[in-house]
Design a protein. Structure first.
Lengths: 237, 237
DNA sequence: TCAGAACTAGACCGTATAGTACCGTAGAAG
DNA sequence: CTTCTACGGTACTATACGGTCTAGTTCTGA
């Protein structure tokens, strides 16, 4: 017994910041373990014992850092949402100066879809949806930091692209939402309902992204290129 | 106490079929109560005691009709899915002979969206999503009876409309999926994540449906009518 | 009228949970 | 080396759950 792998000897591991004192390390460990367990088992199915065990921490310590199961849950969802929804924003705003909007939209769509379809994010979405009743503020946070954020940035840049004549629209927010869901809905809804037993391959995701962008450009692009906006996305799954 | 509203006196209520014997009535009551409790609290959060109490039935009786909590859950989800996904199919296939495809697509989209956005169905979707891990077959059932069914019917009729020249497409399954999600995604995802605190009004839903159809026709319609495919859906809360 | 089936009420079992109390120990600061 | 704080381990409380069992009651069908 007690054959734990000596989490940190007298010399702290290089990956741990030197100013991260023991208490902070424990807190991190608890957060990580809680994220894991909550994402895997949901809120009611997760037990504090399991979280403490996975974090290699006594339950007492867990309750010293987080007063409640509720507040621990809120914390891990908030931070998971934060760390999940950052770096696409820049790529969207850069689209304003694109000289090949079609190509850049395709690239952006692929990036967005790959991001949303990462297993961690899918689990997080499932978790937030299932607990939206008990934790309404987490649903709001997820929406605002996730699709809301993306669509707001898209709307802004679509507005300018429309002024430039690169897109035809009179409601940029609506167009942004249509873009977003044309790209994401098919694989996202399949993943939500069919589980991740047969996860979509990156190639399939790229095809869905491309097909969504083609449809979007058919609806909101300049009036050229009037071939049918599809080219077989494989309709996998 | 015991001021219950006398579920059925010696003379059975007219709403109850006369040939519905006591056992069948009890079974119905259990199913109804279970549906209620499961939809409200989720699978782990629902207790058999609460279900039995709500059904005004002893726990023993509940276990006589359904061997397990699991099987009771499966039953109620299956039958809820069945009763939810029926009567749109006909309207879709009739679309084949439409002489005003645009108007009929708008009408169909409104019907579909109103159906999907009913609170019961939204709760059911949430429940299935959150339990897709524990009950993969229920996720499959929901998908096949719900969006899968709709999209399959749409694909079939879109195929024929394309032959007739009323639509331009070369992948009817993809086009059907795009139609479906253009119409549904915005309010559906809002409802999933933001809860039903501010449920979308029927008028808002109609606007979302119309906007989705306009975008769809911009992408897949005949090459006429090249004004911007939007007309303000209100982008409600 | 009467036997048997179906029901009720509630005790009961084993287990699991959230959260707390106790106490001995390890690590950092002086 | 001492001291103080945080931690580990674990037993504990109180509660809740799924599921079973018993004993008494009500309904159904002939």
């Amino acid at each position: 017994m007690d054959n734990r792998p000596v989490r940190a000897g007298p010399t702290p591991e290089p990956s741990e910041l030197p100013d991260e004192r023991r208490s902070a390390r424990k807190r991190r460990a608890i957060l990580d373990a809680a994220t894991d367990v909550f994402l895997r088992n949901g809120y009611p199915g997760a037990s504090m014992d399991e979280i403490a065990a996975l974090a290699r921490v006594s339950k007492q310590t867990a309750y010293k850092h987080f007063s409640d199961k509720r507040s621990l849950f809120s914390e891990i969802v908030s931070s998971a949402v934060d760390e999940a929804g950052d770096p696409v924003h820049d790529e969207i705003v850069e689209l304003e100066n694109s000289c090949d909007v079609e190509a850049d939209l395709h690239h952006l769509a692929r990036q967005l879809l790959r991001r949303v379809m990462r297993p961690r994010i899918l689990q997080l979405r499932r978790l937030v949806i299932s607990e939206a009743g008990r934790f309404p503020e987490l649903g709001r946070t997820f929406y605002e930091q996730g699709p809301g954020r993306t669509m707001a940035a898209l709307a802004e840049v679509f507005e300018r692209l429309a002024v430039r004549g690169a897109l035809r629209l009179d409601d940029s927010v609506l167009a942004a939402a249509h873009f977003n869901w044309l790209v994401m809905s098919i694989p996202l809804n399949q993943a939500m309902l069919l589980g991740e037993d047969q996860p979509a391959t990156p190639a399939q995701l790229d095809r869905y992204a491309d097909a969504g962008v083609r449809a979007f450009l058919g609806a909101y692009g300049q009036a050229k290129r009037r071939s049918a906006p599809t080219a077989s996305a494989g309709q996998g799954g």
